[in-house]
Design a protein around this ligand. Structure first.
Ligand code: ADP
Ligand code: MG
Ligand code: ZN
Length: 481
């Protein structure tokens, strides 16, 4: 009996994220070396970031400003007093054998980020955001492994959430939202594939309805948002299956293997890691004046959530179009430039989200604001159908034509001339007397069939609303067309 109960038990996922984000300051966190992603190996190094004995760190002011911006954007409390600590561990990419981080006195605590999934809106609580330095990189070759120390001392913020995630979709939405916020405030380029944004997932399961947390595993250094979601789904299934079979989850560090879609054991964690934290003796505590924090707050741009609200309230965009435009900087910038030039901002937004986004990459999109506004106006008028917009954009991109020229060249302009359409409609009704009779005798479906014939005859160019109106009129005429 007990066995059956366990087998039928429903489990709930509980997960928290730790996200590391590289700050794009000009120089590193504690020395004057350039902070650059693709320099030749071991060229951006000095005694400080190599950890040579006697070299002294000096805190980069720009890194602090960026971290405070990130904290403010996530609605955190900014500590006026925070402090650095040494976190000790040995690894070949860490020449000092300790990382300068923040431990007991982080810079920021207690924030949140609102996310939206198909299940609705949800607030994810941020436990803390602290500053730390990055380590170097191991380059695994065929025969050997080499070490590139250029990344040593690059400033990072680590953002730690409360265990608020219940589905992989929520975590994906959070990572997308976090990325949008950090891109918006200009503190990081957040490229997960280049490692400037990395995430660890902590995950446990528990019987649905229980409030105590289960034993968690940690999946380290996941380098894409999609992988984070897949790792969570697969780890959830693994843990739930273990419990259902009467087993127990063990505290482990695992990694996600994209090839198998499974998480794989890296090491058992019998006890907590002991990093021998102690206060960093070479750096004074970090003190921020209230005026410093307020100056940074005053320089903050409009955040995605604020922008989204403005788009919905004052411009009449749909929630989902506003969500996407406020989260994607290049697309959002295109919208802002084009919207004052077009008749219907909501139509333009829809065009950008549905169609233009296919042509744009994350940083740029190929069409001018004038062209986007003109195309939007063709849709607003009676000239073009949204279903044809993609072909028009392709033609514009290939030939440099204007929207109107492209519509002409492709012969996509809608037939909205009433007299011309009226003739077409009458002709179709005459040729399809049987369908017309069925409609008149109450078979409403026959209407769509006749509309289909009209579209066929005009190669899809009949303006749908006008054609439908004309068809209704013609069918209502007592003695036929
Ligand atoms: P550590 O010091 O081991 O890194 P933290 O307390 O900083 O642990 O938590 C790391 C992350 O793990 C946080 O995002 C937190 O919300 C999450 N977390 C903690 N306990 C659990 C649990 N039992 N199940 C799921 N996530 C958890
Ligand atoms: Mg942690
Ligand atoms: Zn250096």
């Amino acid at each position: 009996m007990k066995q059956t109960a366990a087998a039928e038990q429903a489990y709930e996922m509980v997960a928290g994220l730790e996200v590391h984000v590289e700050l794009k300051t000009r120089t590193k966190m504690f020395c004057g070396c350039p902070n650059a992603f693709d320099a030749p190996p071991n060229t951006n190094v000095c005694p400080v970031c190599l950890g040579l004995p006697g070299a002294l760190p000096a805190l980069n002011r720009e890194a602090v400003v960026y971290a405070v911006r990130a904290g403010l954007a996530l609605h955190c409390e900014i500590a006026r007093d925070s402090a650095f600590a040494r976190k000790h561990y040995f690894y070949p990419d860490l020449p000092k054998a300790y990382q300068i981080s923040q431990h007991e006195q982080p810079l920021c605590t207690g924030g949140w980020l609102d996310i939206r999934t198909e299940a609705g809106e949800k607030r994810i609580r941020i436990a803390r955001l602290h500053m730390e330095e990055d380590a170097g990189k191991l380059l695994h070759g065929g025969e050997d492994t080499r070490i590139d120390l250029n990344r040593c001392g690059v400033p990072l913020v680590e953002i730690v959430t409360e265990p608020d995630f219940r589905t992989a979709a929520e975590a994906r939405a959070f990572l997308h939202g976090l990325r949008a916020v950090l891109l918006c405030i200009g503190v990081s380029d957040c490229r997960m594939n280049e490692g400037s944004m990395r995430c660890d997932v902590n995950l446990s399961v528990r019987p649905a309805g229980r409030s105590a947390l289960g034993v968690r595993t940690e999946m380290k250094n996941i380098n894409s948002i999609a992988f984070a979601g897949k790792a969570m789904d697969s780890e959830f299934r693994r843990q739930a299956a273990l419990l259902r079979a009467g087993g127990a989850v063990r505290r482990q560090t695992r990694r996600f293997d994209p090839a198998s879609g499974q998480t794989v054991l890296m090491r058992e964690k019998e006890s907590e890691d002991d990093y021998r934290f102690f206060p960093e003796p070479d750096l004074p505590p970090l003190r921020l004046e209230r005026a410093d924090i307020e100056a940074i707050r005053a320089g903050m741009p409009e955040l995605p959530e604020e922008k989204k609200r403005r788009y919905v309230r004052t411009l009449g965009l749909t929630e989902s179009d506003a969500d996407i435009l406020s989260a994607q900087p290049a697309l959002g910038a295109a919208f802002d430039l084009a919207r004052t030039r077009c008749r219907e901002p909501a139509r333009l937004a829809n065009l950008l989200v549905q169609e233009v986004s296919r042509f744009a990459d994350e940083e740029a999109q190929p069409f001018s604001p004038e062209d986007l506004a003109a195309l939007s106006d063709l849709l607003s008028g009676e000239t073009l159908h949204m279903g044809s917009a993609r072909r028009v954009l392709e033609h514009m991109q290939k030939t440099g034509a204007s929207p109107a020229e492209a519509v002409d060249a492709l012969e996509l302009s809608l037939l909205s001339d009433r007299a011309a359409l009226d003739a077409v409609v009458r002709g179709i009704v005459r040729d399809n007397e049987a369908l017309a009779q069925r409609y008149r005798s109450g078979k409403a479906r026959a209407f769509q069939a006749i509309m289909g014939k009209i579209m066929q005859a005009t190669k899809g160019r009949a303006h749908p609303a006008i054609a439908a109106r004309l068809l209704e009129e013609v069918l209502r005429e007592p003695d036929g067309p």
